[in-house]
Design a protein. Structure first.
Length: 298
């Protein structure tokens, strides 16, 4: 009987400890404004990646965009995507113009999918990875980049340096000359990182692919780092946008990165228009039902 009394006492103590822990955890969540459940967020105006310009300086769309069927979309996990081939308009060798396949896809909310990356998908499709993945720097043209002095001081301290880029003139952009924010900590001295791999059926490099992710206003070149950005506990919302370039035209990963930079020079600002402006999100200006809007008015 005594032993049973001890058991009951231990059980009650355990329940009490759990209750106190839960209360403390809830208090911590409230005090530090932590967000365990992420809300969906979409680009202003519901802008779709398929609205990326079909022609930019030096490049134009080749053929039609690839439209996936329902089964593929279910695997892809989103219907906001673009799969498009671009070709050089003024190639050095007219007989062998450079072609790049651009694939971009947008995800938001409680993201439970594993990012689709070439190391998994291409190998799963029968190709062999012929070289180890490397993170390289995307040498974008930064001549139009400017430090963004409009960012509140507290965000600059928390989130790092922010630059803007200017969109191309008409007819390459439907908002010519507009300045668009780039991902944080991407500066002329710190280029966009891109992860590059080579693939081939016989183990020889016959196809090159590179990718990076834009997530909650930041950028990473590793699928495992996406959740770190998108699931920052201080953020109400979560999204990520994968940008992937693939080509059989280059002879090396370095050449892919060089030519992809030429293509993305004309698309980077437009890609950012297809994701939320994270400064507006963090200051409560976007979207209209942003919980931080009420907090900023308190």
């Amino acid at each position: 009987m005594k032993r049973r009394g001890h058991s009951i006492t231990a059980f009650v103590v355990a329940i009490a400890v759990m209750g106190v822990s839960a209360a403390g955890f809830s208090a911590a969540i409230s005090k530090y404004r932590l967000h365990l459940r992420k809300l969906e967020i979409h680009p202003p105006g519901g802008r779709q990646l398929s609205q990326l310009p079909s022609k930019i300086p030096g490049w134009e769309r080749f053929g039609s965009d690839q439209i996936e069927d329902a089964d593929v979309l279910e695997v892809l996990g989103t219907d906001n995507y673009v799969s498009r081939s671009y070709i050089e308009t003024d190639p050095q060798d007219p007989k062998k113009p450079f072609r790049i396949e651009l694939h971009a896809a947008y995800y938001t909310g409680m993201i439970d999918t594993v990012p689709h990356v070439p190391e998994r998908c291409f190998v799963g499709g029968g190709l062999q990875q012929a070289s180890s993945s490397r993170v390289m720097s995307l040498p974008l043209d930064t001549s139009s980049w400017r430090p963004d002095s409009s960012v509140p001081e507290n965000l600059r301290g928390m989130r790092g340096e922010l630059y803007t880029t200017r969109l191309h003139p008409h007819p390459y952009s439907d908002t010519p000359g507009t300045r668009v924010r780039l991902p944080r900590d991407i500066t002329p001295e710190h280029p966009v990182p891109i992860r590059v791999s080579g693939f081939g059926e016989s183990g020889k490099e016959q196809l090159f692919a590179g990718y990076f992710f834009i997530a909650n206003g930041g950028v990473v070149a590793n699928a495992n780092d996406v959740r770190t950005l998108a699931f920052d506990l201080t953020s109400d919302y979560a999204y990520y946008l994968k940008v992937q370039v693939t080509s059989s035209s280059p002879s090396s990963g370095e050449e892919l990165v060089e030519r992809a930079a030429s293509l993305l020079d004309g698309l980077m600002g437009e890609i950012m228009r297809c994701s939320p402006d994270w400064v507006d999100v963090e200051t409560g200006r976007y979207p209209e039902d942003n919980p931080r809007r009420e907090q900023s008015n308190d």
